[in-house]
Design a protein around this ligand. Structure first.
Ligand code: AP5
Length: 216
């Protein structure tokens, strides 16, 4: 199965992607997670990306495309993948399309996750991320057992720099400007499927599962 999760920051892409990847046994490829790992490790790629990420701006397409090309070349992506946070611009989508033609691996679907802006701001400003293992919690919707401590590994839960409210608002504007045009791009190719991404995490997962089962 070859699928893209498309949706604004805070739509729940990462939350759902982990579950889908496990259920369908495909790799979850999050360009945001790969970039954050590079920032943590202080690699040249991370140093190049950090300023864009902290400001809520997009990392340049050539950097992202090199990174995705390397990731798709890994053996676990041979038979399928789930993209979370990629592509984010029309040039990225065009480059992915070309790459998948060369690999004879057409996409099955692009799931568009629908959530309103007020809910997004509440989700992102309340999100806390483990500085050690990357687990994601929410102060209200999914609080940890012990305040500030990761349930999974005992690491410290922190707020991502780009989850401050002013940066969230800029990310939403960047999404409207640069990523929303992908809806028309994929609609034109007959790949776009809509999912109401509000309600409990389990409710949203069940809606996505019902769509994806057709492609498994
Ligand atoms: P990235 O990490 O991809 O961020 P994003 O797309 O903005 O998405 P988020 O991780 O913020 O949200 P999400 O939809 O995954 O929501 P989540 O599941 O965590 O990118 C970060 C940055 O990297 C970008 O700004 C850019 O600089 C750069 N970048 C990455 N990819 C790039 C690319 N392709 N090109 C250029 N630059 C790129 O959920 C959010 C919160 O809500 C959590 O707390 C969760 O617990 C909660 N939640 C989830 N579902 C529900 C629910 N149903 N009900 C209640 N709460 C819920």
């Amino acid at each position: 199965m070859r699928v893209i999760l498309l949706g604004p920051p805070g739509a729940g892409k990462g939350t759902q992607a982990g579950r889908i990847a496990q259920a369908f046994d495909i790799p979850h490829i999050s360009t945001g997670d790969i970039l954050r790992a590079n920032v943590r490790e202080g690699t040249p790629l991370g140093q190049q990306a950090k300023g864009f990420m902290d400001a809520g701006e997009l990392v340049p397409d050539d950097v992202i495309l090199g990174m995705v090309g390397d990731r798709l070349a890994e053996p676990d992506a041979k038979d399928g993948f789930l993209f979370d946070g990629f592509p984010r611009t029309v040039p990225q989508a065009e480059a992915l399309e070309q790459l998948l033609i060369e690999r004879e691996q057409p996409l099955d679907a692009v799931l568009r996750m629908l959530v309103d802006t007020k809910e997004i701001v509440q989700r992102l400003t309340g999100r806390r991320t483990c500085s050690n293992c990357g687990a994601v919690k929410h102060m209200v919707y999914d609080p940890p057992a012990v305040d500030g401590v990761c349930d999974r590994c005992g690491g410290q839960l922190v707020q991502r720099p780009d989850d401050a409210e002013d940066v969230v608002l800029n990310r939403l504007e960047v999404y409207r400007r640069s990523t929303e045009p992908l809806e028309e791009f994929y609609w034109g190719r007959g790949l776009l499927r809509d999912v109401e991404a509000v309600g409990t995490v389990d409710d949203v997962a069940a809606r996505m599962d019902a769509i994806l089962r057709d492609f498994a």
